[in-house]
Ligand binder design. Structure first.
Ligand SMILES: *Cc1c(COP(=O)(O)O)cnc(C)c1O
Length: 406
């Protein structure tokens, strides 16, 4: 690694916390036993696993026996949905949203190929702020609905859905409720011990400063469950496969840290995010926020800069060592805006120029100021080169001489 990196792409993945790394190391060297072994050597690993399980359960107000280790958030999502379909083999309806992560969205859209049965999948729409209509949700539920899968917080916009209330409604209809909480856990308080009706909840280690390749599926006590990976008796027969011990120990530590840092995340990180967002929206004309202003994670901001390409912005930011994401993906040569921004009805000219900054407890005020210094001229320069911008702003040069009612 050479130049300094300003990392604001934490919704894509996070740095492994130094404390987490330190906790993991012995499990690659001296403590390499199999936790299922009868001997004391393996047994001590089993003890450490139990401790990690407790740390994870504590962060979300769950019991130890409600925590199942998986390989990633994607596996947790698949496990929950396939489990529900096996629990209710005669029910063929799934309710989800148009803005889910591909781990849920692509699974639901391909469920017929995977199960060999015909399913009806309702993908609930969102409004311009990325919010759901609860009445519409309620009306979508039928006697044929096996499971509802709705994310707790959106990875692109940070918008938070009222999953606790939605789970209540599902429960009253005898429908299982899953939430992909990969972006929510560790960023906002979650307490499943308080009369929660949530049956399944997905966590991914690498989104909260643990390592990649470790996930958790919370399964509420009493919720019927069918395993996804069938093999050994690990996880009480609920998920076969020898445990990824070091990663689990790391995730336990990461959850303990996240609990202790929730306050910092919701005050200092939120203030940094707000400072960045306000600075960008105020200094760059034709910029707008994507997503609800308050019902949102403290670390995420998605901002659109009209008449520029997000990917071009990212390339310029990259030259300064600034890491962020764009709301468009380069597929087959055409820049298609993300399904999330399209579902929100973000205008074409804005969706293409959207950038997501996702912060973490490791970001500083200096880093925010660095972006506020570097990004406005990048946008102005790109607009000078943009035929869209010139077509809409004849005679304008960059953002400084914009003649419209900015
Ligand atoms: C990253 C992410 C996932 C996938 O998690 P992996 O561990 O990478 O499989 C699922 N859902 C959301 C909302 C995510 O942000």
């Amino acid at each position: 690694m050479s130049a300094k990196v300003v990392y604001m792409d934490n919704n894509a993945t996070t740095r492994v916390a130094p404390e987490v790394q330190k906790a993991m190391v012995p499990y690659f060297s001296e403590l390499y036993g199999n936790p299922s072994s009868m001997h004391t050597f393996g047994g001590q690993v089993g003890g450490a696993l139990a401790e990690a399980r407790e740390q994870i359960a504590n962060l979300i107000g769950a019991s130890d026996d409600e925590i199942i280790f998986t390989s990633c958030g994607t596996e947790s999502d698949s496990t929950a949905i396939f489990s529900a379909l096996q629990t209710f083999p005669d029910k063929r309806h799934i309710v989800t949203t148009r803005v889910e992560h591909p781990a849920v969205k692509n699974l639901c859209e391909n469920i017929d190929n995977l199960t060999g049965h015909k399913h009806k999948v309702t993908q609930l729409p969102v409004d311009r702020e990325g919010m759901l209509d609860l009445q519409r949700y309620e009306e979508s539920l039928t006697d044929d609905t096996a499971i509802v899968s709705v994310m707790w917080a959106n990875n692109e916009t940070g918008v938070i859905f009222p999953v606790a209330a939605m789970a209540e409604i599902a429960k009253s209809r005898g429908i299982l409720f899953h939430t992909d909480a990969v972006q929510a856990v560790g960023k906002i308080p979650i307490d499943l011990s308080r009369n929660s009706s949530i049956d399944f909840l997905s966590i991914s280690g690498h989104k909260l400063h643990a390592s990649k390749g470790i996930g958790v599926l919370y399964v509420r006590r009493g919720t019927p469950f069918a395993p996804f990976l069938i093999g050994g008796h690990q996880e009480k027969g609920r998920r076969g496969g020898t445990e990824n011990v070091a990663a689990i120990i790391g995730l336990g530590k990461a959850c303990a840290l996240a609990g202790a840092r929730l306050e910092d995340e919701n005050t200092r990180v939120r203030a940094l995010r707000d400072r960045l967002e306000k600075g960008l929206l105020e200094t760059i004309p034709h910029s707008m926020l994507n997503g609800h202003r308050t019902e949102r994670l403290p670390n995420t901001t998605s901002v659109s800069f009209e008449f520029v390409e997000g990917e071009a912005i990212l390339l310029h930011l990259d030259r300064f060592g600034i890491c962020a994401s764009s709301g468009s993906a380069c597929t087959s040569g055409s820049l298609e805006p993300s399904h999330v921004l399209r579902a929100m009805g973000v205008p074409f000219t804005a969706a293409h120029g959207s950038i997501r900054f996702s912060l973490s407890v490791y970001n500083t005020e200096d880093e925010v100021d660095f972006i506020l210094e570097k990004l406005p001229p990048v946008i102005a320069n790109l607009r000078d080169l943009s035929p869209f911008w010139k077509g809409n702003h004849p005679g304008a040069v960059g953002s400084s001489q914009c003649k419209c009612s900015c």
